[in-house]
Design a protein around this ligand. Structure first.
Ligand code: PLP
Length: 399
């Protein structure tokens, strides 16, 4: 066995590595979620989550579910069958959200974009301007497309909606960006933001985390999509008294409390700076190898995941399998149309420069083993140089 003690980090873009402090926080005995003190556990989490969403007006809602459940909650609570939603498809996750909308009988107006690009702001603007009847009820955007390592400009999408004086809601999937990259619910006019516990929050999978604007809350009263488990109304009614309409995921709630302590203790801006610095080091390695990112231009580069094309004639699945079998380290495979053509390095959550260097060194060995046209040390040295040069910038405020 190449990793007999299970200490190697994963370099998949979620679920992410769980810090020991958070694993310990989740290792708790059952307590009664109907006991009088449960609200003392639950309610502070909502307040801290609002800081992470950067909202004062929004309402936070959590469900025992993965991120996909969060999508379903967002759509079914605010829309009715037959409603039109406008969506760009530029990767596996935006594609899957579209599929979910179609299965809920929404009329999905899809703008197909080349993978490696982001939310098509100009085409959104055109579609919204053409929609003089205001049939479009919502614009759906994946903030960070985890399949391609592309970050979209949510503020610009809001600008396109406002520029067309269009009343459509703005729904954003921030599952692989929230708590790792800057997110501004209020400033960007986001109506529903969808995230989850297992990426930036560094926890086990199992909690969908949403934030809802007053406008989206109002839409809940007229939305006709069938819903039960994900009904905001029952959840909000219970949350108001610090309880849950059904059994909450207690251990994740405990973990989330601890996670928010780590994130807010480090300072959100420091968290973003750390992710940017580490991502830039990974990108320096990619460039030193002479490989290309899937993301087309630097303004689209994600600070949480890099999708990297393998050279012509190589199979990225063989590379990720070899890295796992030989060295006991997982990297993200290429998803959808990138399968076999690209691998992904996840660099989000509980990640340091030291951890990133181990991942870069490992995939470099794996590439060398498979006769990729690279030299050992190329990527590592480029990343080392970046990390050495930038160490001072990320000293924590508290230090
Ligand atoms: C991980 C992820 C999701 C959620 O996926 P689940 O497996 O359901 O948690 C949704 N969107 C994006 C962009 C993601 O990275």
């Amino acid at each position: 066995m190449s990793d007999p003690h299970g200490q190697n980090p994963v370099f998949i873009p979620g679920p992410t590595n769980i810090p020991d402090a958070l694993r310990a926080a989740m290792n708790v005995q059952t307590v009664d979620h109907r006991a009088p003190d449960f609200k003392d556990v639950l309610l502070p989490i909502f307040e801290d989550l609002k800081k992470v969403f950067k909202t004062s007006q929004g309402t936070v809602v959590t469900f025992p579910a993965s991120g996909t459940g969060g999508w379903e909650a967002a759509v079914t609570n605010t829309l009715s069958p037959g409603d039109t939603v406008l969506v760009g498809r530029y990767g596996m996750f935006s594609h899957r959200w579209i599929d979910l909308c179609e299965r809920h009988k929404l009329n999905v107006q899809v703008i197909d974009c080349e993978w490696g690009t982001g939310a098509p702001v100009e085409q959104f603007a055109e579609a919204l301007a053409a929609d003089t009847e205001h049939a479009i009820k919502a614009v759906l955007v994946t903030h960070n497309e985890t399949a391609t390592g592309v970050r979209s400009d949510i503020g610009a999408v809001r600008g396109a909606i406002n520029g067309a004086s269009h009343p459509a809601m703005l729904m954003v999937d921030c599952v692989s960006s929230l708590a790792s990259m800057d997110f501004r619910m209020d400033e960007w006019g986001v109506d529903v933001a969808v995230s989850g516990s297992q990426k930036g929050f560094m926890l086990m999978t199992g909690m969908a985390i949403l934030c809802i604007s007053p406008k989206a809350l109002a839409a809940m009263d007229t939305a006709q999509c069938p819903r039960c488990f994900f009904d905001f109304r029952e959840m909000l009614k219970a949350n108001a008294t610090g309880s849950y309409p059904y059994t909450p995921a207690l251990q994740i709630i405990k973990g989330l409390h601890a996670s928010l302590g780590l994130l807010l203790g480090e300072g959100l801006e420091n968290v973003y700076t750390r992710h940017h610095r580490i991502a830039t080091g990974v990108r320096a390695a990619v460039s030193a190898w002479g490989l290309n990112l899937c993301a087309k231009t630097p303004d689209l580069y994600s600070d949480t995941v890099s999708a990297i094309y393998v050279p012509e004639g190589f199979d990225s699945n063989i590379l990720t399998e070899h890295a796992f079998n030989a060295y006991g380290v997982s990297f993200g495979i290429g998803l959808g149309e990138m399968n076999g053509k690209a691998f992904r390095i996840g660099h989000l959550g509980s990640i340091t420069d030291v951890m990133a260097l181990s991942g870069i060194a490992t995939i470099e060995m794996a590439m060398k083993d498979l006769d990729y046209p690279i030299e050992l040390g190329q990527g590592v040295a480029a990343a080392q140089e970046h990390y050495r040069r930038t160490i001072k910038q990320t000293e924590h405020k508290a230090a």
